[in-house]
Design a protein around this ligand. Structure first.
Ligand code: TMP
Ligand code: ASP
Length: 254
């Protein structure tokens, strides 16, 4: 018998109906995919780590006045979030060239960009989330020019926050992706940070060694993804300082 109503199942998360109107329960799976799900694996403990890390980043953002969908963590794999209407865009912020940008422009990975660069992909798995110019976004009505201005401002604030937090624990924020959702309060529509912020959606390099501590470890077969995410969590104080969790089964503190 179903415990509650499933609202949406994605590649790494499931959304269930929440306890109150306007809320959802976001469940983090252990599934990892890359290259539009061409590569797949189940990585024990990833969902637990991402639930806790996304809570950490979203709480920090809420506390400095950057609105997010996060309400509270419910348990090891689930968090209560505000229900939003997702803007069908992946909002990517880059500080250093890497991944698809490095490839497209023939830049060496790690090259510092003249300023943070924001780009948008249209969220459609069938099309492989194609990069789209603002002109398309406005013409097809996915967002207005005003929305885009607000999204850019939001993304830059997230970038400043995340870059600073990461720098403080010896990690360079190379790039990241956020998703943005709409909520309505009385007659006003607001855009808030939604989905997740975790090493699945960022590129994180150790400041000293350049070691990758993000999903590229899985995309490029560079070692244990759980170890990499556990290291990020440990540095941020999400895991006990003394001992990182045993591989695959992280122990979390409340
Ligand atoms: P890219 O270099 O592959 O375009 O990725 C840029 C950033 O966006 C990187 O931090 C990974 C993240 N990202 C996602 O979170 N989901 C995706 O589907 C893709 C393609 C990238
Ligand atoms: N392309 C995404 C990534 O590499 C995952 C996927 O689409 O399967 O982060």
């Amino acid at each position: 018998m179903a415990r509650r109503k499933l609202v949406y199942e994605g590649k790494a998360k499931i959304l269930y109906e929440g306890p109150e109107p306007g809320t959802l329960v976001q469940y983090f799976k252990d599934d990892a995919t890359a290259f539009n799900a061409e590569k797949k694996a189940t990585i024990e403990g990833k969902g637990v780590l991402n639930n806790r890390l996304s809570e950490f980043f979203m709480t920090g953002l809420n506390n400095i006045g950057v609105p997010t969908h996060f309400l509270k963590r419910l348990n090891m794999r689930e968090q209560l979030i505000r229900s939003v209407e997702i803007v069908p865009l992946e909002v990517i912020v880059r500080n250093f060239a890497a991944g698809s940008m490095a490839k497209r422009l023939g830049l060496e990975e790690g090259t510092q960009l003249p300023r943070p660069i924001i780009e948008f992909s249209y969220k459609d798995d069938k099309l492989g989330d194609p990069l789209v110019p603002e002109e398309y976004i406005i013409a097809f009505g996915w967002a207005t020019q005003q929305d885009l201005d607000d999204i850019v401002a939001l993304a830059l604030r997230v970038n400043d926050y995340l870059s600073g937090v990461m720098y403080g624990v010896g990690i360079k924020l190379i790039d990241f992706k956020i998703e943005v959702g709409r909520i309505w309060e009385n007659d006003y529509m607001r855009l808030i940070v939604a989905d997740e912020i975790s090493p699945d959606s960022c590129r994180l390099w150790d400041l000293e060694t350049g070691q990758k501590l993000d999903k590229d470890v899985f995309r490029r077969d560079l070692g244990s993804l759980t170890d990499a995410y556990t290291e990020v969590a440990r540095r941020l104080g999400v895991l006990p300082k003394g001992g990182a969790a045993p591989m695959g089964k992280p122990t979390l503190i409340n």
